[in-house]
Design a binder for this molecule. Structure first.
Ligand code: TIU
Length: 224
């Protein structure tokens, strides 16, 4: 299958490709979570949910592997370096009690993936303590076991966890594509810059495309 991507066409096989959905959790998308404690206007992010939902549904329809990540720490914060917890001047720190439970702690209401994109049985759900999805997680070995060589990325935020994860994946040899209308940042200029820099220099980090390129290609694929 080929997508009319930037900076040049992207070839992939569904059976060797995973859809990686980064951190579409309440902590970042809804008021009262980690994103808002950092001083961000979280309302910008929910605009991508319908596009993400359409891609997820179509990807499930063709039987593609789905990976959901959550930025999450254990209840004792053993996997949260003090440097991360102490950084900046948030209204609530990681581990503090907020309106959706403890900020960025595994199992808390705020840490759940938003209902519109909730995982279904058979999909991989990974808690990650860092910004990148490969750091201190079994993601690379899970993908290798599944014979995955190509990754389609969506999620939040573009220049933080999505970009870090895509760079980590690129260094591990995956051909990565970012779905531009399925990712968002609290800073529109940062999203635009991140999208540009990842596909620059002949896809130095990877490709980008709109979901409107992917959806018709999936619709034409045999359902599984
Ligand atoms: N602050 C911000 O933009 N993002 C994060 O802290 N984590 C993710 O991007 N998931």
């Amino acid at each position: 299958m080929q997508l009319n991507a930037n900076p040049f066409p992207y070839d992939f096989e569904i059976s060797k490709t995973a859809l990686v959905i980064i951190d579409m959790q309440r902590d970042f998308i809804e008021p009262g979570g980690f994103g808002e404690t950092l001083g961000n206007d979280v309302s910008l992010l929910e605009a991508i949910v319908p596009a993400c939902q359409a891609v997820l549904q179509a990807w499930r329809g063709v039987g593609g592997l789905v990976v959901h990540t959550r930025e999450a720490h254990d209840a004792e914060l053993k996997d949260c370096p003090p440097a991360k917890r102490n950084r900046g001047n948030p209204s609530l720190r990681i581990g503090d009690a907020g309106p959706m439970g403890r900020i960025l702690v595994s199992g808390e209401p705020g840490n759940q993936i938003i209902p519109a994109l909730a995982p279904v049985p058979g999909e991989i759900v990974l808690d990650k303590p860092g910004k990148g999805a490969f750091y201190a997680t079994p993601l690379h070995s899970l993908l290798q076991q599944a014979g995955i060589t190509h990754l389609l990325f969506m999620g939040v935020t573009t220049e933080v966890c999505v970009q870090t994860s895509m760079r980590e994946a690129n260094d591990r040899g995956y051909d990565c594509l970012l779905l531009e209308d399925c990712t968002e940042s609290y800073f529109p200029a940062f999203k635009a810059a991140a999208v540009e820099m990842m596909r620059a220099q002949g896809a130095i980090v990877g490709w980008t495309a709109m979901s409107s390129q992917l959806l018709p290609a999936l619709a034409a694929a045999p359902a599984r």
